[in-house]
Write a protein of this length. Sequence first.
Length: 115
Amino acid sequence: MHGQIVQLSQDHPRYGYRRVTALLRRDGHELNAKRVQRVRRREGLQVSRKQRKLRRMGVSTAQRQRAIHTNQVWSWDFVEDQTENGTRFRVLTLMDEHTRECLVTHVDWSIRRWM
């Protein structure tokens, strides 16, 4: 039984202990899901998280933009925080992808339209 749990888990790395239990029960084995979970934990078999693909698209193309030289690709991000008395403020950062240099940092209570 132990070997079958390990083999199924290795054959299907995206299956969790509940699905492995269901497959074994479908084959006629009588077992508890806790046993499958315990065996998988002992063997170090965990479901790996799916990694999302990051795509940087151009303005009018479907090609990924990669920074080859300075000032070719910029990225921006908003960060929000609050002061000790609870007043919120926002920070806008603009960064060059090639040099990883922060070009602009703009801090304001309310950033609606900048540029």
